[in-house]
Design a protein around this ligand. Structure first.
Ligand SMILES: NC(=O)c1ccc[n+]([C@@H]2O[C@H](COP(=O)([O-])OP(=O)(O)OC[C@H]3O[C@@H](n4cnc5c(N)ncnc54)[C@H](O)[C@@H]3O)[C@@H](O)[C@H]2O)c1
Ligand SMILES: [Zn+2]
Length: 377
């Protein structure tokens, strides 16, 4: 479905997971109804809101007012911004604060923030008292289309990102698109890479629609809600069919094996945001697919042209400070969890919207390809 919807009523996307099914509510200005929605879902529940300092400054007062107006008691737990908060130390702080707030079975944790807060608060909710329920209120585009849906929660290990965690599904996701007005444009663009990903991996019509409507998505017109809903519907479908990533869910990693290596090479820093690395990674996945004859050069050029048009990096030379050298890059790819002894697993494509899991990709071929890309000026 690619016809844009008029703005107005919220869009509800169901995640069909049997007794753990939940709704993703998408719309402009939904935060004002947070209290009423929580009260309807869980009358009498006590609530702890976990957020970061920046989101707290912009949106916590409105969230608290909405809860208060519905007569809901709430504690606030504010952690520093950024990936550094997905640590054992902050996890401990958050768990202890949730316990201190007397959140018990039947009560709720609310994750108000981007993917960092969703992953951290979700994992704390999964852990405190062996699991309390939580609601996701995603405030970045990335979180609204990706991380808030699907129940992957966790923190980082010194050995790598997201190595400590649990599957713990939220009981509701409230995606208020108006919250994105305060998001810096660069963060919005990084989230947009994941939006484009859904088109590139499984929905050619949506990708074409994005090519014509991306300006309105960025500007905050009605196309924004539509795009977010299409992404949530796609992710909800994949998650319902393959919750624990034994198969199809891996397609959501399009661009992520190359992307993670580049992100790690840049030290997970401001130099290269996750979504920017994914944009580069998707271009590489398309170009590699073209090189081994799966698609024609025109498809790779089209994917690249759209990502470049929205301002995302699409060439290795676009990375500030440069890309890692070929040896480091291959080491980083080999460390990625999607790699098994010698043969590499990549998500490759047979066309726009036709991604598949390729389990037997020749490492020598990948190395030659990346060496050529690194040599490009
Ligand atoms: N669980 C999953 O399935 C999943 C999927 C993808 C990514 N992730 C995780 O998500 C994280 C990245 O998430 P992210 O990109 O949302 O980053 P983030 O949570 O760090 O947010 C980015 C920055 O934007 C700020 N911010 C958030 N909302 C804002 C708003 N409305 N206005 C102004 N500033 C705002 C934050 O304070 C932060 O500084 C990574 O840790 C990644 O591992 C998880
Ligand atoms: Zn991603």
């Amino acid at each position: 479905m690619t016809a844009p919807l008029r703005s107005g009523d919220p869009i509800v996307v169901q995640v069909a997971l049997g007794t753990r099914a939940y709704g993703i509510v998408i719309g402009r200005g939904l935060l004002a109804s947070l209290g009423a929605r929580i009260k309807a879902l869980r009358p009498g529940a006590r609530v702890a809101v976990v957020t970061d300092q920046t989101v707290a400054r912009h949106h916590l007062p409105a969230a608290e007012a909405a809860l208060k107006s519905a007569g809901i008691e709430c504690a606030r737990i504010v952690v520093p911004d950024g990936e550094g908060s997905k640590s054992y130390a902050t996890f401990e702080t958050v768990c202890e604060a949730i316990i201190a707030a007397r959140i018990e079975r039947g009560d709720l944790v609310i994750a108000l923030g981007g993917g960092v807060i969703g992953d951290l608060a979700g994992y704390a909710a999964a852990s405190v008292r062996r699991g309390v329920d939580y609601v996701q209120v995603p405030t970045t585009l990335l979180a609204q289309v990706d991380s808030s849906v699907g129940g992957k929660t966790g923190i980082n290990s010194r050995h790598g990102k997201n190595l400590i965690g649990a599957f713990h599904q939220p009981i509701m996701v409230i995606a208020d698109t108006a919250l994105l007005h305060t998001l810096p444009k660069r963060q919005f663009g990084a989230g947009y890479a994941e939006v484009a990903k859904y088109g590139l991996l499984g929905d050619a019509a949506f990708f074409s629609w994005l090519e014509s409507n991306w300006q309105d998505v960025f500007a905050g017109g009605p196309a924004r809600e539509h795009a977010i809903a299409v992404c949530c519907r796609a992710k909800a479908g994949v998650v319902a069919r393959d919750e624990r990533e034994t198969g199809e869910r891996a397609l959501l990693n399009l661009g992520h094996t190359f992307g993670h290596a580049l992100e790690a090479g840049a030290g997970f820093s401001e130099r290269l945001l996750h979504g920017e690395a994914v944009a580069l990674g998707m271009v590489l996945a398309f170009e590699f697919s073209a090189r081994i004859g799966l698609i024609g050069a025109a498809d790779a050029e089209r994917a690249c042209a759209h990502l470049a048009a929205v301002g995302l990096p699409t060439h290795l030379k676009d990375i500030p400070g440069g890309a890692p050298g070929i040896d480091e890059l291959m080491d980083l790819i080999a460390q990625d969890k999607k790699v098994k002894r010698g043969t590499l697993t990549f998500i490759l494509v047979r066309g726009i919207g036709q991604a598949f899991i390729a389990n037997d990709v020749d490492a020598v071929e990948v190395r030659a390809f990346l060496a050529d890309k690194l040599a490009e000026r």
